[in-house]
Design a protein around this ligand. Structure first.
Ligand code: KG4
Ligand code: ZN
Length: 342
């Protein structure tokens, strides 16, 4: 018997997405971003996001069905992000999922968005449990030991901003385009990462917690000082500031990764591995640093392809399928949870 065909829905932040998955085969994955809608506001506007999800999720489902060459009648189960995230968007997804599950008479599974990210590496890699996960995106930053589809241990995480958010703010402060991560990374290639001093926050605090808001303050101070001294920023100044900021993020994440690895290795995992996911996992400087840490500590380093690293519904369908296989389903009382730590 072939694996069930699972329709996944994602709408917890600013991407509306639908995907169709059978086993580990992604038959279709449609993502409709909303960057254009929020561009003028300096961040995601919850009301605008909710309305856009309500309008676009249906379209995502239609496109995914057409791409996979199947109809709704072929779908065996519906998996939906039921939190954490912006409540209006999560509600749009949960309501659509309930309607579809009822109409089709198939099981409904609510999925934690973070679990979706954390399980994604297993979609493309034969990764054995338990593995260590660094989830690093615009909204999240945490180290997890992943023991199973519904079994996670959080070792630590950011106490303020997420790194992607810090990249985006840095870009905004330096007049670079959004999303900030790619533009800061590109600009940093021309820069000297030692010219400006950036703090390495929380290094003296034991454990795996991180902080990134101080980096933004440091950047603002250095930028304003340059403007006061020179009357403006030169191209090289911007490159040097980007390089210094990026090096600080890299160093903090690499050092805390070493601590997380030490805690993880205490459990003597059979096939020790570190997986990274989330939009910031696209950063090559960070990847190189994590790769080095893994080589030195005997871990395999793995990262899903970028299209699965950023927000998508294939990860929700995959996590939903894993939950379904372990007997988890939800009924019509499934609620949208704005907060839902793993
Ligand atoms: O996972 P994601 O698509 O969305 C969520 O945050 O849920 O991550 C987007 C974040 C943005 O903040 C973006 O600036 C950052 O990932 N990002 C990067 C890079 N590419 C994307 N940050 C650093 N370096 C990159 N190359
Ligand atoms: Zn996400």
């Amino acid at each position: 018997m072939s694996a069930p065909l699972i329709l996944g829905l994602e709408s917890s932040c600013d991407d509306s997405a639908a995907a169709l998955l059978r086993g580990r085969e992604v038959l279709a994955s449609v993502v409709k971003g909303q960057a254009d809608l929020h561009a003028g506001f300096g961040g995601v506007v919850p009301e605008i996001a909710a309305r856009a999800h309500a309008e676009r999720l249906d379209l995502c489902v239609e496109e995914a069905l057409a791409e996979a060459g199947v109809t709704l009648r072929n779908v065996d189960a519906i998996a939906v992000t039921s939190g954490p995230g912006l409540i209006g968007g999560v509600l749009s997804g949960v309501m659509l999922a309930k309607g579809l599950a009822t109409g089709l008479g198939v099981p409904l599974v609510g999925v934690n968005h973070l679990a979706g990210h954390a399980l994604t590496p297993r979609l493309t890699d034969d990764l054995a449990y338990p593995y260590l996960m660094l989830l690093v995106s615009g909204g999240h930053c945490q180290f997890l030991i992943v023991r199973g589809a519904d079994d996670f241990t959080r070792l630590g995480g950011t106490i303020d901003d997420a790194p992607g958010e810090a990249f985006d703010k840095t870009a905004r402060l330096l007049g670079l385009p959004q999303p900030g991560g790619p533009s800061v990374e590109t600009t940093a290639r021309e820069g000297d990462d030692k010219r400006f001093r950036f703090p390495r926050p929380l290094l003296d605090r034991p454990g795996c917690d991180l902080s990134f808001s101080g980096l933004k303050t440091a950047l603002l101070r250095q930028r304003d000082q340059l403007i006061a001294e020179q009357g403006g920023l030169r191209r090289q100044d911007v490159a040097d500031l980007c390089a210094g900021f990026q090096a600080a993020v890299r160093d903090v994440l690499a050092l805390k990764a070493r601590r997380a690895i030490a805690a993880y290795l205490e459990e003597a995992p059979a096939e020790p591995a570190l997986a990274v996911a989330g939009g910031v996992a696209a950063n090559q400087t960070l990847r190189d640093a994590l790769q080095t840490v893994c080589s030195e500590t005997g871990l395999r380093f793995t990262a899903p392809p970028l299209s699965l690293c950023t927000d998508n519904a294939a990860m929700i369908a995959y996590a939903g399928g894993a939950l379904l296989a372990s007997g988890v389903t939800h009924d019509m009382t499934l609620s949208a949870r704005p907060r839902w730590p793993l």
